[in-house]
Design a protein around this ligand. Structure first.
Ligand code: SAH
Length: 249
């Protein structure tokens, strides 16, 4: 069932009642995969009460320690946000994001939609995992929706896609976050090795490069080409890298 491949990820939710209300919103729209990253309180009776019969979604919810873990197998990740961010990510309307998530899920891939906690939303470090931001076009004078209300809007848009005509079939093989992370580790090693990146302060440049590659959504072929290029770059003092070994890391 393709809708089951679309995971709703709540990052550091504060109120168990909202977790239950999100489960209810999901079940109404036929979604079932809920992942909680470091919830403040879960399981909780209040979550069950607000789920109003969607207890099965709570019972099967996975708890992850980090966003990285929550989205590891996913080939497409979008982050929802009430506010614009200083660093420009592509901003998608709910319908566009739902269409992209649905077509990839229908093609058999795991995908994720991230929601932030009630108090401060998603941190920029969380958004780094996403290929784009999704904003519900609310009144800018009062932009922040309740977490479960935001989840309801997005789950509804996903359902509309699922009820529509089937997405076009492509031979595009997308890359999972795990595979992308292995590429980033390889890239960082080579950039340090050739003296382009200062090993003591690699973060800022790496974050920018990570964002660039996530936005570009390279497929598996393209990642293999990039890994091949990295492998061919001579790094002083190191034997030539072995691609077979790297791909098993
Ligand atoms: N106070 C936080 C908002 C928290 S609302 C802030 O200013 O960022 C909880 C979550 O609901 C948000 O992190 C986001 O995932 C979602 N959300 C709320 N309003 C939204 C909107 N207008 N568009 C998209 N997502 C929204």
């Amino acid at each position: 069932m393709s809708l089951a491949r679309i995971r709703i990820v709540l990052v550091r939710p504060q109120h168990p009642g909202n977790i239950g209300a999100v489960a209810r919103a999901m079940k109404n729209m036929g979604l079932s995969s809920l992942v909680l990253v470091a919830p403040r309180e879960f399981p909780a009776p209040e979550a069950v009460a607000r789920a109003a019969g969607a207890d099965d979604i709570l019972a099967s919810a996975q708890v992850a320690e980090s966003v990285a873990q929550a989205v590891a197998p996913c080939t497409r990740v979008f982050a929802t946000s009430a506010r614009a961010r200083k660093i420009p990510w592509p901003v998608l309307a709910p319908e566009q994001a739902a269409g992209a998530l649905w077509s990839e899920a229908a093609a058999g891939h795991e995908v994720a939609l991230l929601f932030g906690g009630e108090r401060s939303g998603l941190a920029n470090e969380d958004v780094d995992f996403a290929q784009g931001l999704v904003q519900i076009p609310v009144d800018p004078a009062f932009p922040s929706l309740n977490l479960a209300a935001a989840a309801q809007v997005l789950c509804y848009e996903i359902r509309r896609q699922a009820l529509g005509p089937p997405p076009a079939v492509t031979d595009h093989v997308p890359t999972s976050q795990d595979e992308l992370n292995r590429f980033f580790a390889h890239l960082e090693t080579v950039l340090i090795g050739i003296g382009f990146l200062n090993a003591a302060h690699p973060r800022k440049l790496m974050r920018r490069l990570v964002r660039l590659f996530r936005r570009a959504t390279p497929d598996q072929n393209e990642i293999n080409i990039l890994r091949g290029i990295l492998t061919a770059i001579p790094v002083a003092g190191q034997p030539p890298a072995n691609l077979d070994k790297i791909s098993q890391e």
